[in-house]
Design a protein around this ligand. Structure first.
Ligand code: SAM
Length: 209
């Protein structure tokens, strides 16, 4: 297949996903990535408390709110304000994960069952520095998870794989009983985007990095 044709096919697939998300009332097509991760790794259940890092424009919160239901709780953090109408058990907040007081968040909402992170840096076009920033955000999500997750809790975070990926996996294995790195079907072909999945949080493990 020619490069142009490949790009056309990819664009058509993305347009279709975008339309499908809009038809379903979701704010972004990113929802299909979370749906796939949830179906494959059973991240979300009714009544669960979930922290969603990098939650704007809000499709992951919308999906998570449906999955956890009114007996659950969803807290979202993003640099940008979410402007959606959301159920009462969803609490979007403007904030920077880099400076987030994770202990205060845990004290306010109780320990979380699942931490999600779809955080992505503003891309600069320089692949190495974009990957580096993405890995830093993923590492930050792991540090927050270490503080806010209950024992046995789950974690899923986006990362653009670069030179720090192996170190992230080492940290993941120290923090979780079961670790996987996966590409989702909804991810563009050839993208360095992966999701790091951790099941079975082991509290109190120190950061080996
Ligand atoms: C791909 S979007 C998330 C899409 C979201 N999962 C959804 O379904 O609507 C990535 C988000 O990460 C956020 N982000 C990047 N760095 C952040 C940081 N340090 N703290 C909080 N959010 C951050 C960006 O503002 C952006 O909205």
């Amino acid at each position: 297949m020619s490069r142009r044709k490949k790009l056309d096919t990819r664009d058509a697939r993305h347009d279709a996903a975008f339309r499908r998300a809009r038809e379903g009332g979701f704010a972004a097509r990113a929802v299909f990535k979370l749906e796939e991760l949830d179906k494959r790794f059973r991240l979300l259940q009714p009544g669960r408390k979930v922290l969603d890092l990098g939650c704007w424009p809000g499709s992951w919160m919308q999906y998570t709110a449906e999955r956890v239901g009114p007996a659950g709780l969803v807290v979202g953090i993003d640099l940008r304000a979410v402007e959606l109408a959301l159920p009462t058990w969803v609490h979007p907040r403007v904030g920077d994960a880099e400076g987030l007081d994770a202990a205060a968040l845990r004290d306010e909402f109780g320990p979380f069952d699942t931490v999600l992170s779809d955080m992505a840096p503003h891309t600069t076009g320089d692949r190495n520095s974009d990957q580096y920033r993405s890995e830093e955000l993923c590492a930050r999500a792991l540090t927050i998870a270490q503080v806010v997750l209950r024992p046995g809790g789950h974690f899923a975070a986006k990362v653009f794989q670069g030179g720090g990926f192996a170190a992230l996996l080492v940290r993941m294995r120290a923090q979780f009983a079961e670790v996987k790195a996966v590409h989702t079907e909804a991810t563009r072909a050839g993208s360095r985007e992966q999701y790091l999945l951790g099941r079975g949080h082991k509290p109190g493990r120190s950061d080996p990095s």
